[in-house]
Ligand binder design. Structure first.
Ligand SMILES: *Cc1c(COP(=O)(O)O)cnc(C)c1O
Length: 831
C-alpha cells in the first residue's frame, strides 16, 4: 500500500512533539478536531507531528466511530428488551464498501468534519481514499445485503445482519497485457476501525463426528452429535448507522478460531509446536471469500463456511433468548424472523431443528412449527448452474447430524406430497429434497422452500418465472408462500453521498426529505421544462463526467472527453450479462468510422468494468478482447476523435460511487429471463442515466416507471426466446446482416489479435454456436438500432437532459427503503 505523507511540516524538518492535552484543554476546538488529535496520540501512538494520510484517516475514522457509540448502545439495549419482534438477515456476503463516508453522511457530521480538517490543513478526499473497501461480496447479491442493512437502520427496524468476516475479501483485479490478474485482498492488514471484537459471545461449531442415540433422564430417546471436531466462532460487530435518526444497528461477522482442545495426544507426546500449528485448519474456514458469482462451487470449504455461519448465528440468537426466558420456546416464533439471502445459508433450516430438538429438548413437531414460522428464503437466480446442491456423501461426512435431520424433513415432506397427489410418484421424485441418482445430492433451494413460510423472488418478472418454472410444483402445493420483493438500493450512498452536487441541486428545489422518502423525487417533474434547472442539471453531469475521466485517465491511461456520450457497462463479467454484445457494437462503430461513415457516428466513450470468476475461461477471454479492441481504437487517430473504449480495472463499490453519477447511458443488456433483478440499473437511473436495456429483471419496472420514450428498449423477450430457440440459426443471422458479418469478419481475420493468432476463436464460436443460450446474434440488430436511437437522442441536449431529470424523478420506487418496508410488512411482520 502506498501511504502518502501529508504532514504539514516538510519531511526534512526535525519532528516536533505534540502536546495533545494542551491542545484539547484549550477548549476552543470542535469534538471532531479533539477526537482526531486524541486518537492520533492515544489510539495510534503518533508521538510527533509526522503522521501520514493513512494515520490521519484512521484517527478520523475512530473519531467518527466514537460519535455513534452512544446510539449503538441505546439500540442494542432496546433489542435485548424483547419488546418487539426482531429480524435477522443471514448472508454469506455483505459488499459494504467504505464505512467512514457513509457514517459521516448518516450522522450529519459533514460540517464539523470539514471544519476540523480545514483547521488541520488536511484534504478530506485524500483521507477518504485511505480506507479500504470491505469487499466481502461478489456483486449484486452482496451489495443488496449492504443496502438492506442501511435501509433497516434508516427505518429504525430491529434487524441484525449475520455474515462472515473473511480475512481476504473479493480479489483485487489488475490488467496485464490485456488479461485479468487476481491479487489477494488483505483488507484487514492495516486494521479495521469499523469492527469491534466480542470474545464473550464466542460459540462453538461442530464438524464431523457421528450421531449417537441415547435415552435422557426422563427415559425419552434422544440423539446427540458426538466425537466432533469443534471450531470457535468469534463475533466482530460492525455498526450500521441510520440516517440522522439515532439508530445504530449491528452487522455481526464471524471469524473462525481454533479451540484450545487441540490434539491433546500430540501435545503430551511433546509435539507442542505441531499441535499448535494444527490451529490453521480451523481458521481456514473464514480465510477467503469464494469469488464465484452466479455459479455453484461444490468445494467442501464452502460448505463449511455455510454451516459455520448458520450455526453460529442461530446459537447466538438462541443464547440471547435463553438468557432472558430460559429454555421456554413457546413464544420464540413471535419474536424472530430469519431471512436467508439465497440458498447459501439454508442449512439454517436443519440447524435450527437440531438446536431445538437435540439441545433444547423440544419435540419434532414443536421445533418444526417454530422453524417453518421463522425462516424465509429469497431466491436470486434462475440460472441452472447457480442452483446449489451438495452431495449426500460430503454432507454426511462433514455434518452427519444435519444429514439425518434433512432426511427426516424430506420423509415427512414427501408424505405431504403423496397426500396431495396420491400415486404421483414422478412428482415425489421431482420435488424430493434429495436428488436421487448415481451420486445423490441435497437440493438446497428445496430445503429452503420446504423449511420456510415465505419464498420470494427479487423482481416482478423473476418471481413470476419462479412460480411458472423452477418452483412450479411447490407453487401448486403452497401458492401462498410465494411472493415478490423487487430489489432496491440505498439513496444515501447511491445518490446523496456519491453525487453531492446533484444532491444540492435537488435540495434547492424540493428540500431534503427525499433522502428518506425517495418517492418525493417525483416533485422534480415540475422542473423538467425549466431551462435554468436543465442547465444546472447538465452542468452537474458534465462535472461528474470530468471526475470519471480523471479516474479513467489514472487507471487506464485512456483520455475520455466529457463532451462525448458516456456509455457505461459495469458489473460482473458473465455470458448472460452479454458484455460481448456491447463489444460487438463497439466494433461495429469502429467499422463504420474506418469505412468513411464517421459523420454518422455520435462521439462516444465506452466504459466497461467488472471482475471475472478466476476459473471462468470465456469471461476472462472477454476481458482480453475488450482490452485488445480498446488498444486498436484508442491508438487510431481517425477513430479516437469519435470513439474511445476503456476497461476499468478492479470495479468495486468505491469505483461505482464515481461511475454512476457520470454515466449518460446505462447498459443493462442481459439475455431476457436471465438477470433476476439487477441493482446497478437502479443506481444509474437514480443518477440520471438513461437505460439501454432488455425486457429483463427490474429493467421492466424501470421502463414502466420512466416511460418508454425515455428508455432504449431492445431484444427478444423471455417468451419470444423460447419460441425463437427452435429455429435459431446464428450463422444465418450473421450472413443476412452485413453489419454483423463485417464485425465477425474483423474478429475472425485477427484484426484485434495481430500477434496472438486465433485467441478469440472461443468467443467467435460462442456467437455462432447453434445452441447459443445467450442470443447474442439474435439480438444484435435490435441492439444496434437501439444504440442508434440513443445516439440521435443525445444530439438534442435539451431533450436528453429532460429525460435524464425524468429518470431521477421516477426512480423513487427503487429505494431499498421501499423494498425493506415490504419485507418488514409482508414477511417479517415488524411493521
Ligand atoms: C451495484 C453493484 C453490483 C450489481 O450490479 P448489476 O449491474 O446489478 O449486476 C455489482 N458490484 C458492485 C460493486 C455494485 O456496486
Amino acid at each position: 500500500m502506498t501511504v502518502k505523507a501529508v504532514s504539514r511540516e516538510k519531511e526534512s524538518k526535525p519532528s516536533k512533539e505534540v502536546n495533545v492535552d494542551a491542545q484539547i484543554a484549550s477548549g476552543a476546538d470542535s469534538e471532531v478536531l479533539d477526537g482526531i488529535r486524541r486518537h492520533l496520540l492515544y489510539s495510534l501512538g503518533r508521538f510527533d507531528d509526522r503522521s501520514t494520510a493513512h494515520e490521519w484517516g484512521k484517527a478520523l475514522e475512530l473519531t467518527v466511530r466514537d460519535q455513534l457509540m452512544k446510539n449503538w448502545q441505546k439500540t442494542r439495549l432496546a433489542e435485548r428488551s424483547y419488546e418487539n419482534k426482531r429480524g435477522f438477515y443471514l448472508s454469506l456476503e455483505f459488499l459494504l464498501g467504505r464505512s467512514m463516508n457513509n457514517a459521516i453522511l448518516n450522522m450529519g457530521l459533514e460540517g464539523p468534519t470539514a471544519e476540523a480538517l480545514k483547521q488541520l490543513g488536511l484534504n478530506y478526499e485524500e483521507l477518504e481514499e485511505e480506507e479500504r473497501d470491505a469487499g466481502l461480496g461478489n456483486g449484486g447479491l452482496g451489495r443488496l445485503a449492504a443496502c438492506f442493512m442501511d435501509s433497516c437502520a434508516n427505518l429504525g427496524l430491529p434487524v441484525r445482519g449475520y455474515g462472515i468476516r473473511y480475512e481476504y475479501g473479493m480479489f483485487h483485479q489488475s490488467i496485464r497485457e490485456g488479461r485479468q490478474v487476481e491479487n489477494p485482498d488483505h483488507w484487514l492488514m492495516a486494521g479495521n476501525p469499523w469492527e469491534i471484537e466480542q470474545p464473550d459471545r464466542t460459540c462453538k461449531v461442530k464438524f464431523y463426528g457421528r450421531s449417537e442415540h441415547y435415552s435422557n433422564d426422563a427415559g425419552r430417546m434422544c440423539v446427540r452429535w458426538v466425537d466432533t471436531h469443534d471450531v470457535l466462532a468469534v463475533p466482530f460487530d460492525m455498526p450500521i448507522p441510520g440516517y440522522k435518526n439515532g439508530v445504530v444497528n449491528t452487522l455481526r461477522l464471524w471469524k473462525a478460531s481454533a479451540t484450545d482442545e487441540f490434539n491433546l495426544k500430540d501435545f503430551n507426546d511433546g509435539d507442542y509446536a505441531d499441535a499448535v500449528a494444527q490451529k490453521n485448519l480451523a481458521e481456514q474456514i473464514t480465510m477467503v471469500l469464494y469469488p464465484n458469482d452466479a455459479s455453484e462451487n461444490g468445494k467442501e470449504l464452502r460448505l463449511r463456511q455455510q454451516y459455520f455461519l448458520a450455526s453460529a448465528s442461530l446459537q447466538d440468537v438462541i443464547q440471547d433468548w435463553t438468557l432472558k426466558f430460559g429454555p421456554n420456546f413457546d413464544r420464540f416464533a413471535e419474536f424472530h424472523c430469519f431471512q436467508l439471502n439465497d440458498t447459501h445459508p439454508t442449512l439454517a433450516v436443519a440447524e435450527l431443528m437440531r438446536l431445538l430438538v437435540d439441545e433444547q429438548g423440544l419435540n419434532w413437531e414443536k421445533a418444526w412449527s417454530i422453524t417453518t414460522s421463522t425462516m424465509a428464503y429469497t431466491n436470486h437466480t434462475l440460472l441452472p448452474e447457480a442452483l446449489e446442491r451438495w452431495s449426500v456423501r460430503l454432507l454426511g461426512e462433514l455434518l452427519p447430524r444435519l444429514l439425518d435431520i434433512i432426511y427426516e424433513i424430506n420423509a415427512r415432506f414427501l408424505v405431504e406430497v403423496a397426500h396431495c397427489w396420491p400415486g404421483d410418484v414422478e412428482r415425489q421424485r421431482r420435488m424430493s429434497i434429495i436428488e436421487e441418482g448415481h451420486e445423490p445430492h441435497v437440493r438446497m433451494a428445496y430445503l429452503g422452500i420446504v423449511g420456510s413460510f415465505s419464498v420470494n423472488g427479487v423482481a416482478a418478472l423473476h418471481s413470476d418465472l419462479l412460480t411458472r418454472g423452477l418452483f412450479k410444483d411447490f407453487y401448486a402445493l403452497w401458492p401462498n408462500k410465494f411472493n415478490n420483493k423487487t430489489n432496491g438500493v440505498t439513496p444515501r450512498r447511491w445518490l446523496a453521498h456519491c453525487n453531492p452536487d446533484l444532491k444540492s441541486l435537488i435540495d434547492e428545489k424540493i428540500g431534503t426529505e427525499w433522502i428518506c422518502e425517495l418517492e418525493q423525487l417525483s416533485q422534480l417533474k415540475s422542473y423538467v421544462s425549466d431551462s435554468a434547472f436543465q442547465k444546472k442539471w447538465a452542468a452537474v453531469k458534465h462535472y461528474n463526467k470530468q471526475r470519471l475521466s480523471q479516474l479513467v485517465q489514472d487507471k487506464c491511461g485512456v483520455e475520455f472527453d466529457p463532451n462525448f456520450i458516456f456509455d457505461v457497462q459495469v458489473k460482473r463479467i458473465h455470458e448472460y450479462k452479454r458484455q460481448l454484445l456491447n463489444v460487438l457494437h463497439v466494433i461495429h462503430l469502429y467499422d463504420k468510422i474506418t469505412r468513411g461513415e464517421a459523420d454518422q457516428v455520435v462521439p462516444r466513450c465506452v466504459l466497461i468494468g467488472g471482475k471475472a470468476a478466476p476459473g471462468y475461461f470465456l469471461a476472462k477471454l472477454l476481458i482480453k478482447l475488450i482490452n485488445n479492441v480498446a488498444e486498436v481504437i484508442n491508438s487510431d487517430e481517425r477513430v479516437s476523435e469519435r470513439l474511445r473504449l476503456a476497461f476499468l480495472p478492479n470495479y468495486n463499490v468505491s469505483a461505482m460511487e464515481v461511475i454512476c453519477p457520470a454515466a449518460d447511458l446505462s447498459e443493462q443488456i442481459s439475455t431476457a429471463g436471465k438477470e433476476a433483478s439487477g441493482t446497478g440499473n437502479m443506481k444509474f437511473m437514480m443518477n440520471g442515466a438513461l437505460t439501454i436495456g432488455t425486457y429483463d429483471g427490474a429493467n421492466i419496472e424501470i421502463l414502466d416507471a420512466v416511460g418508454e420514450e425515455h428508455f432504449f428498449l431492445f431484444g427478444l423477450k423471455e417468451d419470444e426466446i423460447v419460441q425463437h430457440r427452435i429455429s435459431h440459426k446464428p450463422e444465418h443471422i450473421v450472413e443476412s446482416d452485413p453489419d454483423l458479418a463485417r464485425v465477425m469478419g474483423l474478429l475472425q481475420c485477427g484484426h484485434f489479435s495481430m500477434f496472438e493468432e486465433g485467441i478469440f476463436q472461443p468467443l467467435i464460436d460462442s456467437v455462432l454456436n447453434p445452441h447459443d443460450p445467450w442470443m447474442v446474434a439474435a439480438d444484435f440488430r435490435s441492439y444496434v438500432d437501439a444504440q442508434n436511437r440513443a445516439a440521435s437522442a443525445y444530439k438534442n441536449k435539451e431533450l436528453w437532459t429532460q429525460s435524464s431529470i425524468l429518470n431521477t424523478a421516477t426512480s423513487g420506487k427503487f429505494s431499498s427503503d421501499r423494498t425493506i418496508r415490504e419485507y418488514a410488512q409482508d414477511i417479517w411482520k415488524l411493521l
